[in-house]
Design a protein around this ligand. Structure first.
Ligand code: HPA
Length: 268
């Protein structure tokens, strides 16, 4: 673990208290408000040297440590994406800090385009697996043998089972599916969408995959849920834009929040 991560974790504990964090939540576009619902302390990314700036509108660049449904969480209000800097490992330091705060689990959320008619705008999808279609990897350059991270069951089966139970208990319809990562920031072409659909992807987005790889590298359990903000390029007449993503994210976000809260209650 880098010295910087240890120092930052000490800095955060001095502000938010020493109690171990159990779960890190990474909030995607349109989901930032969940950070405001945590009963705890917000630390602006700007106060944490080396933290990414998370400069995408719709994100809320604070790390909030506190209680949500009786579980001590660390909520990353904004994430940084590969496409902002060209660095695939841009979330490595935040996840190292999460590990140093004693968490054993990272749950990522994101906005995504859907390739499935039964997963329309406003629905949510629990990731069962991913396809890294970017050709990038956040562990390129990592010198140790730890870089050879197994990715079978990267989306923790036991957590997925608990998330499914929480969805059932809260009457939320949640699909299961495979998420494909394209780097962005341009959206995909219809031909690119046809290609990944043929390869077995159900949803597409520009995040999450590098974080899940880093989480597994660090020994954190991982899970992720998408809020579907549009049908992917070429699959409907719906517009595809960042404005549309931000406008549509709250529909699925309300469902996602119910599932997350139900899950946290179930493990509290
Ligand atoms: N493609 C990539 N990322 C996205 C999309 C999409 O269609 N919708 C929301 N994020």
């Amino acid at each position: 673990m880098s010295k910087n991560a240890k120092d930052l974790a000490a800095q955060i504990k001095a502000i938010a208290g020493d109690a171990p964090v159990r779960i890190g939540l990474i909030l995607g576009s349109g989901l930032g408000h969940i950070a405001n619902e945590v009963d705890g302390v917000a630390v602006p990314y700007g106060d944490l040297p080396g933290f990414p700036h998370a400069g995408v509108s719709g994100h809320n660049p604070n790390l909030v440590i506190g209680n949500l449904e009786g579980v001590r969480v660390a909520v990353f209000g904004g994430r940084a994406h590969y496409y902002e800097s060209g660095r695939g490992d841009v979330m490595r330091l935040p996840l190292e800090v999460l590990k140093e705060l004693d968490a054993d689990t990272m749950i990522a959320t994101n906005a995504a385009g859907s390739m499935r008619a039964d997963m329309p705008t406003g629905s949510i999808m629990c990731l069962s697996d991913h396809i890294n279609f970017s050709g990038l990897n956040p562990l390129i350059g990592e010198p140790t043998d730890a870089r050879f991270v197994p990715m079978k069951d990267a989306y923790d089966p036991a957590i997925r089972k608990d998330l499914r139970a929480a969805a059932n208990a809260t009457n939320v319809d949640m699909a299961d599916g495979v998420y494909a990562w394209y780097s962005g920031p341009s959206f995909e072409t219809p031909a690119e969408i046809r290609a990944i659909k043929m390869l077995g992807a159900d949803a597409v987005g520009m995040s999450t995959v590098p974080e899940v790889i880093l989480a597994r590298f660090l020994g954190l359990k991982a899970a992720a849920i998408s809020t579907i903000t549009n049908m992917a390029a070429g699959l409907s007449d719906e517009s595809i834009s960042h404005e549309h993503t931000k406008a549509m994210a709250p529909i699925g976000a309300a469902k996602l929040e119910k599932v997350l809260r139900g899950y946290l209650r179930s493990i509290s």
